[in-house]
Design a protein around this ligand. Structure first.
Ligand code: NAG
Length: 183
């Protein structure tokens, strides 16, 4: 009886974490976006399917270099972790990835976008809170050999539009606003 209960609870724990990480990641994003006056993202299952394929791809090549061939024009945030933080691996990894991306807001220069104040990475943060992005999906892959967990977030339409020269400045100012009070 004890044995059966143990198996059952293992199964339930794994299943719940797999199911819940999508809404968990969506809620984290939307709470953070709200701080910056950005509307809530809508979860998109197709983006999550692509993100899951991309997570497997990055796990296979062993680096996160934004070369996933399935994502084409989508915005993309990436992270990987060695699975040392303990179960539930998926939720912990998703939580750490999103916090790691968001903490870049401390280096973001709202007055002189799209630059950071100290030349540090800020584009994970700006994609997360980019106002004209409306859809998001997530993928996680636990590599059975390396034990690493890969986390992928895909955004549509993509943010961080920097290809358009002078417009980029205004678009960053318009899409990424400082935490504050919004009516
Ligand atoms: C936000 O960025 C999009 C491009 O992603 C641009 O078309 C739009 O004008 C920007 N919004 C503002 C308020 O600047």
């Amino acid at each position: 009886m004890i044995f059966i209960t143990f198996i059952f609870s293992l199964f339930v724990t794994t299943t719940l974490s797999e199911i819940n990480y999508q809404s968990y990641a969506l809620n984290m994003h939307n709470n953070l976006r709200n701080k910056h006056g950005a509307g809530a993202l809508t979860y998109n299952a197709r983006l999550s399917e692509i993100a899951t394929s991309c997570a497997g791809y990055y796990a296979q090549i062993g680096r996160i270099d934004h070369t996933c061939p399935y994502k084409s024009y989508l915005g993309e945030n990436l992270a990987f972790f060695s699975s040392t933080s303990g179960p539930p691996y998926v939720l912990n990894s998703v939580n750490d990835a999103i916090n790691g991306w968001y903490v870049e807001c401390n280096d973001y220069n709202y007055a002189w976008p799209p630059r950071s104040s100290y030349g540090k990475q800020v584009y994970h943060f700006t994609q997360m809170v980019w106002k004209s992005t409306t859809y998001v999906g997530f993928g996680v892959y636990l590599h059975p050999q390396t034990g690493r967990t890969y986390v992928v977030a895909l955004y549509e339409p993509k943010g961080n539009i920097i290809e358009y020269g002078p417009d980029a400045y205004e678009w960053f100012r318009g899409n990424v606003t400082a935490p504050g009070f919004y009516g």
